[in-house]
Design a binder for this molecule. Structure first.
Ligand SMILES: Nc1nc2c(ncn2[C@@H]2O[C@H](COP(=O)(O)OP(=O)(O)OP(=O)(O)O)[C@@H](O)[C@H]2O)c(=O)[nH]1
Ligand SMILES: [Mg+2]
Length: 402
C-alpha cells in the first residue's frame, strides 16, 4: 500500500497538563521545635500550543499521532520545595490551518502567519502549599489546595492553503506544466489524468522581487461536486485564493470540447462554494502550439464570450504569436502576458523598499560621516535593524508561585 504523504483534514485530542498539588508538610529537624508549615506549591500544567510553520505543508504528522498531551505540573513538597511546571507541547502546523472545536463547531483559531502561536488547551494552575495558610491563629495549618484541572477537547484541523492564485482545470489540461513554467516548483507532469494528487504551491517571482504564490490542485471533472473523480474537496485549497485561473486544454485532447470544459468548471466551483464564481478570474488557453488548439480557439471565444490568454507551456517555444499564427488575435498571448495579468490582479508589493514610499537616494547623496556613527538618513533604509519595532517586554519571572 502506498503510504500517505499528504493530509489536509484531521481530528486531534488536545489535553493540557494538570496543575501539581500544593503540599501540606511541617519542618521536622533536630533541635527545632515547632518548625512550622513548609509545604511548597505545585507547578503549573503545560499548555498545548499550535504554531504556524513554513517548514510543514501537511497535517500528516497529526494524522499518525493525534493525541496531543502536555506534561502535568509536579506537586510541591516539604522544605518549601515548589514543583516544576509541566512542559508546553508545541506542535507545528502549516500556515493556513483552520481550527474548530468538534463539540461546538465554533472556530477556535485561524493560524495564518508564520510563527503565530495559539494556545488551544491551557494548563491547570499549581496548588498552594500549606505555607500560604499560616497565620497567628493558625500556626500549624494542614490546608493546601489541589492543582487546577487539565483542559481536554477534541479539535478539527483543516488546512486551507494560502496562495494568491489557484489553478483550476480538467485533468491533463496542463496546470502543473504552467506552474513549472513560471515558478521553480516541480510538480509531477505526465500525460495521464490525476497526475497531481495533492495541492502544490509555487512562487512566481517578478523583476522587482515581487512574488505571487500560485497553487496547483488536482483536476476536476464533470460531477466532481457529487464525488466523481477525486471530488471537489480539495477545492478548499482555492478558497483563500484572490484570483482563480481556469486552465483550458484548447487542443481538446481526448475529444474534449474546450468550451464545454469551461462551462463545467464554472458550474462545479459554483456547486462547491457560491462565493467562488464571484472572485476575479483569468482564463488561460493552453497547448496553443498544437494545430487543433488554433482551430478550437475561435469557437471557444464565440461560445463562451471569453477572450482567453493563449499560451503554451512548451519551454522551447519562443514566439507563440508567430508560431501559432495569432497575429490578428485580440487577446493576450504568451506566458509573459499571463504573468503580467496575474500581477495586475494580485498586485503584490515589490520586495525592495516595499515599506517606503520613495526609493533611497543614490549613495553619493547620503550625508558624510566620520565612520563612527550611522547617519540618520542611512538608518532610515536599514530596515533589517528593525529600529521602528517596539521593544519586546520582558516577562517578569514569577517563579512557581501562583
Ligand atoms: N503540446 C503541449 N503539451 C502540453 C502543454 N502543456 C502541458 N502539456 C502536456 O499535457 C500533459 C498533462 O500535463 P500536466 O501539466 O501534467 O497536466 P495537469 O493539468 O497538471 O494534469 P493533472 O495533474 O492530471 O490534473 C503532459 O503530457 C504535458 O506534457 C503545452 O502547452 N503543449
Ligand atoms: Mg498536475
Amino acid at each position: 500500500m502506498k503510504t500517505r504523504t499528504f493530509i489536509d483534514q484531521v481530528d486531534v485530542i488536545v489535553r493540557s497538563g494538570k496543575g501539581g498539588d500544593g503540599a501540606a508538610t511541617f519542618r521536622r529537624e533536630a533541635l527545632v521545635a515547632f518548625g512550622g508549615p513548609d509545604g511548597g506549591d505545585g507547578g503549573r500544567g503545560g499548555d498545548v500550543v499550535l504554531r504556524a510553520s513554513t517548514h510543514v505543508n501537511s497535517l500528516i504528522a497529526l494524522y499518525y499521532d493525534p493525541k496531543l498531551f502536555a506534561e502535568d505540573g509536579v506537586p510541591g513538597s516539604g522544605k518549601r520545595c515548589y514543583g516544576r511546571r509541566g512542559k508546553d507541547l508545541v506542535v507545528d502546523v502549516p500556515c493556513g490551518t483552520l481550527v474548530t472545536d468538534c463539540a461546538t463547531g465554533l472556530l477556535v483559531a485561524d493560524i495564518v502567519s508564520p510563527g503565530q502561536r495559539v494556545v488551544v488547551a491551557t494548563g491547570g494552575a499549581g496548588g498552594y502549599g500549606n505555607v500560604h495558610f499560616k497565620s497567628s491563629v493558625n500556626q500549624a495549618p494542614t490546608e493546601h489546595t489541589p492543582g487546577g484541572p487539565a483542559e481536554e477537547r477534541r479539535l478539527h484541523l483543516e488546512l486551507k492553503t494560502i496562495a494568491d492564485a489557484g489553478l483550476l482545470g480538467f485533468p491533463n489540461a496542463g496546470k502543473s506544466s504552467l506552474l513549472t513554467a513560471l515558478s521553480s516548483a516541480t510538480p509531477k507532469i505526465a500525460s495521464y489524468p490525476f497526475t497531481t494528487l495533492n495541492p502544490i504551491v509555487g512562487t512566481i517571482e517578478y523583476d522587482d522581487f515581487a512574488q505571487v504564490r500560485m497553487a496547483d490542485v488536482p483536476g476536476i471533472i464533470e460531477g466532481a461536486s457529487r464525488g466523481v473523480g477525486l471530488g471537489i474537496d480539495f477545492l478548499r485549497h482555492l478558497e483563500r485564493a484572490r484570483v482563480l485561473v481556469y486552465v483550458i486544454d484548447m487542443a481538446g485532447t481526448d475529444n474534449r470540447k474546450p468550451w464545454d470544459d469551461y462551462r463545467i468548471l464554472a458550474a462545479e466551483i459554483a456547486d462547491f462554494n457560491t462565493e467562488l464564481p464571484e472572485r476575479p478570474f483569468l482564463v488561460v488557453a493552453n497547448k496553443m502550439d498544437q494545430a487543433a488548439a488554433r482551430r478550437n480557439l475561435k469557437r471557444f471565444v464565440a461560445e463562451t464570450g471569453v477572450t482567453p490568454i493563449v499560451l503554451s507551456c512548451k519551454p522551447t517555444l519562443k514566439n507563440l504569436r508567430e508560431y501559432a499564427d495569432l497575429k490578428d488575435y485580440d487577446g493576450e498571448v504568451g506566458l509573459g502576458a499571463f504573468k503580467a495579468a496575474l500581477r495586475g490582479i494580485v498586485n503584490p508589493k515589490p520586495r525592495a523598499h516595499q515599506h517606503l514610499d520613495a526609493a533611497p537616494p543614490p549613495l553619493h547623496e547620503m550625508p558624510d560621516t566620520t565612520g563612527d556613527e550611522i547617519p540618520a538618513e542611512a538608518l532610515k533604509f536599514a530596515t533589517f535593524l528593525k529600529l521602528d519595532a517596539p521593544k519586546k517586554k520582558r516577562h517578569p519571572s514569577r517563579g512557581n508561585i501562583h
